[in-house]
Design a protein around this ligand. Structure first.
Ligand code: SAH
Ligand code: SF4
Length: 341
């Protein structure tokens, strides 16, 4: 499988070919990916035939579009029967891909479909990068109705906790930044608050963005939603976020999934405002996407606007994440649920 081999070792998979040929293939894979090897016009037909089944480390099981072709969601299936989900969103000036870093997730957050279905396995670096390359090929082929013709931004907000899969996630970052040429500043790693991972990421040479999923401003509530909070309580998560900001000079963002009557009260908004002020963080509110195994409901519009008003009144910038692709369940872990696997 071509993407499962580090680009530096490609010669081993394409044995017997001259060095310049390996270089050409590397360019096709990482500089201008294509959906099929047929488009590799400078590569002889016999070699293309040999590599045909080795291009993608997965098959496309489901491809769904929404928002008049500006949102596309894929469910990829690996040979060992693991599902990988990615969502592509085209905006006027950017194209953002949401990637998965694990098949399933072991963190067990109560409100998250991925967490409810447990953990299958870590994704390999090549499986993470192949999601980006596939989307890049799709966009280059004119598949997306909105935005520039390249994937400009990557967010680790699909299935899995990226910092719990550190070495592979790190290698995928290296490939995206140093081999594919995606700007580190356009990549955001989202974490549920995996403190050791946040510290390691702060020491990496890249200016990637960090989003911290807080969802609650006190430990009792947070532990009831996020089991990992027992291991890394709020104060430690905040300290690691502050360290990230100090080392990178990049503000972190705080994610807050709004659940009716759970974490949308003004006392929580007050607590969040204090944390956000200390971290100089931007707040991203997300209305809960209901999941089959939880009774939680999204906050009402009124609760969300009062919550935002309080934050803004305290000088905190907050945005409500747009609900892209709702009709195709283009949210964390949702497609997997519908596919029933
Ligand atoms: N594991 C990482 C990244 C993947 S989840 C993390 O938790 O940050 C990406 C984002 O989707 C997180 O902010 C998560 O809290 C949010 N999310 C999970 N389930 C959701 C749901 N049912 N509705 C809305 N947002 C959800
Ligand atoms: Fe895992 Fe993130 Fe879902 Fe929690 S919210 S279960 S960490 S994917």
């Amino acid at each position: 499988m071509l993407y499962l081999t580090p680009p530096e070792d490609l010669a081993q998979v394409i044995q017997g070919e001259p060095e310049y040929r390996v270089g050409q293939i590397r360019e096709w894979l990482y500089d201008h990916p294509t959906l099929t090897v047929d488009e590799w016009t400078n590569v002889p037909r016999r070699l293309r035939a040999r590599l045909e089944g080795q291009l993608w480390p997965f098959e496309v099981e489901i491809e769904q579009t929404a928002d008049r072709g500006a949102t596309v969601k894929w469910l990829f299936r690996t040979p060992d029967n693991i599902s990988i989900e990615s969502v592509l969103m085209g905006y006027k000036n950017r194209v953002t891909l949401c990637v998965s870093s694990q098949a399933g997730c072991a963190m067990g957050c109560t409100f998250c479909a991925t967490g409810q279905f447990g953990f299958d396995r870590h994704l390999k670096a090549g499986e993470i990068v192949a999601q980006v390359a596939y989307a890049q090929a799709f966009v280059r082929a004119g598949g997306l109705s909105r935005g520039p013709k390249r994937v400009s931004n990557v967010v680790f907000m699909g299935m899995g906790e990226p910092l719990a899969n550190y070495p592979r996630m790190r290698e995928s970052l290296r490939l995206m930044i140093e081999v594919m040429g995606i700007s580190a500043r356009s990549i955001t790693v989202s974490t549920v608050g995996h403190v050791p991972g946040m510290r390691r990421l702060a020491d990496e040479p890249w200016q990637v963005g960090l989003a911290v999923s807080l969802h609650a401003a006190d430990d009792t509530l947070r532990s009831s939603l996020i089991p990992l909070n027992d291991r890394y309580p709020l104060a430690e998560v905040e300290a690691a976020a502050a360290e990230y900001f100090a080392k990178k000079g990049r503000r972190v963002s705080i994610e807050w999934t709004m659940m009716d009557g759970v974490n949308d009260g003004l006392d929580q908004a007050e607590g969040l405002a204090q944390i956000a002020r200390r971290l100089k963080a931007h707040v991203n509110l997300i209305a809960l996407n209901p999941t089959p195994l939880s009774v939680d409901k999204p906050s009402t519009k009124r609760a969300i606007s009062k919550f935002m008003e309080l934050l803004e009144g305290k000088g905190i910038t907050a945005t409500l994440r747009d609900t892209r692709g709702q009709d195709i369940d283009a949210a964390c872990g949702q497609l997997r649920v519908r596919a029933g696997s």
